[in-house]
Design a protein around this ligand. Structure first.
Ligand SMILES: C[C@H](O)[C@@H](O)CC(=O)C(=O)O
Ligand SMILES: [Mg+2]
Length: 446
């Protein structure tokens, strides 16, 4: 198969899964999410194609797909040597195009769409190099890697020169860290036992099963009702004990003072962090919550709804996050994730990416492994979210062994969604959606 030189087409598909039926993914703000993806296929003048995605929920997926279509003319016809020769510049040309940037800039629907396209391009690049993405990133010369980043608006936190120096200073020991990852994997924590609307006996059963499979770290959704949260916290601690890690996630439910008061009531159950206590744009609010809760041993974690590197910069500078939860699809794909990983390293904040959803585990495992090998270089306080849903639809699904992510070996980043899954779950014409409309399980969007 010859290597591609040029992008010939870009296709986007709206793929949705009916996860709301079992309350998988439920939290205090998203009671019935249908996990979905805007799936992008970048066609080339060879058989190799790039597949990327952004994670989203339900009806919103349609809007993201429209945004991807709007970017299409900026991508189709481009030469790959021009894109990968100066990826930072290409990234900027997408994010700053003057017909679209008014909708952002670099936030919301257009940035989710950017992520889907950019992730597909990295998938393509990794396939061209015959490497899984983590290895492509880890093997890249610091200067080359840094050339993929758009440093606008972050130079007051990290300059290009500092980024190169940081990467160079952490080259020693790379081979050992890669070997260690291959032998033990990257530590995972699970959210799949603790969705907000799971019944108590399901929590107990799933947590018990997870322990038997070697899982040592757990997260529970909170923020519906304090008495319910206390009851569920007790179930968790009775099941997992106090030697295993336990985190809680409020998905932006509370006011600032409410976050502090609520978490004081959960403090006896020793949560390691409270995730997204309040609005994801409220930097000073998060800083105030951290100041009040850190003395109780509770950290603040956030990032899955943090829009871009500029917001991360401020959270880091304001000591408003103790755990940095990048999301492979919320910000503008790999280029911006690498920028944030480098900034977090400078501010000594561990990166524990947001995963789960659909496809996020498959993507973000590469970023954590690259971080360990080339940037953070430590597993202290590092772990990667895992949720046990929908992996069967991926062409290269993640593997978990003894509570750790197994290092992926297939060339690419997302690699792809199975053809069968697309036939069944593309919205609205997929066979499963047509069946569920016919039997009244769901009503089609108008
Ligand atoms: C709607 C999603 O399931 C959300 O609850 C995921 C999340 O916050 C997490 O995994 O963390
Ligand atoms: Mg969360």
């Amino acid at each position: 198969m010859g290597l591609p030189t040029k992008i010939t087409d870009l296709i986007v598909k709206d793929i949705r899964f009916p996860t709301s039926l079992e309350k998988d993914g439920s939290d205090a703000m998203h009671k019935s999410p249908d996990y979905s993806l805007a799936y992008v296929i970048v066609k080339t003048d060879s058989e190799i194609e790039g597949r990327g995605m952004t994670f989203t929920v339900g009806r919103g997926t349609h809007i993201v797909c429209c945004a991807v279509e709007a970017f299409k003319k900026l991508v189709v016809g481009q030469k790959l040597a021009d894109i990968f020769g100066n990826f930072g510049q290409f990234w900027q040309s997408i994010c700053s195009e003057d017909q679209i940037r008014w909708l952002g800039p670099e936030k919301g629907v257009t940035h989710l769409a950017t992520a889907a396209i950019v992730n597909a391009l990295w998938d393509l690049w990794a396939k061209m190099e015959g490497k899984p993405l983590w290895k492509l990133l880890a093997d890249m010369e610091p200067e080359k890697l840094v050339s993929t980043i758009d440093f606008r608006y972050m130079e007051d936190a990290l300059t290009k020169t500092e980024a190169i120096e940081l990467l160079k200073s952490r080259q020693a020991g790379k081979a050992d860290r890669e070997a260690e990852l291959k032998s033990t994997g990257f530590p995972a924590y699970t959210t799949s036992c603790g969705w907000l609307d799971y019944p108590d006996d399901k929590i107990r059963k799933l947590a018990t099963e997870a322990i038997s499979q070697g899982m040592e770290r757990f997260k529970m959704k909170v923020g519906g009702d304090i008495e319910d949260d206390i009851r569920r916290a007790k179930i968790f601690r009775e099941t997992i004990g106090y030697d295993r890690l336990w985190m809680v996630d409020a998905n932006q439910k509370w006011e600032v003072q409410e976050s502090i008061d609520w978490m004081k009531k959960l403090a006896p159950y020793k949560p390691l962090w409270i995730e997204e206590p309040t609005n994801p744009d409220d930097i000073m609010g998060h800083a105030a919550i951290a100041e009040a809760l850190n003395p109780l041993g509770i950290a603040v974690a956030t990032g899955e709804h943090c829009q871009n590197r500029v917001m991360f910069k401020q959270f880091l500078k304001a000591k408003a996050m103790q755990y940095c939860q990048i999301d492979a699809c919320r910000v503008g794909g790999v280029n911006e994730c690498v920028a944030i990983i480098l900034m977090a390293a400078k501010y000594n904040i561990p990166v524990c990416p947001h995963a789960g959803g659909v496809g996020l585990c498959e993507l973000v495992q590469h970023l954590s492994m690259f971080d360990y090998i080339s940037v953070g270089c430590s597993l202290k306080n590092r772990m990667l979210e895992y949720a046990d849903h929908l992996h069967e639809h991926m062409e290269a699904p993640v593997k978990i062994k003894n509570g750790c992510y197994v290092v992926p070996t297939v060339p690419g980043y997302l690699v792809g969604v199975k053809e069968d899954a697309i036939k069944q779950f593309e919205y609205p014409m997929g066979s499963e959606w047509q069946r569920m409309f016919a039997d009244g399980t769901f009503e089609p969007d108008v």
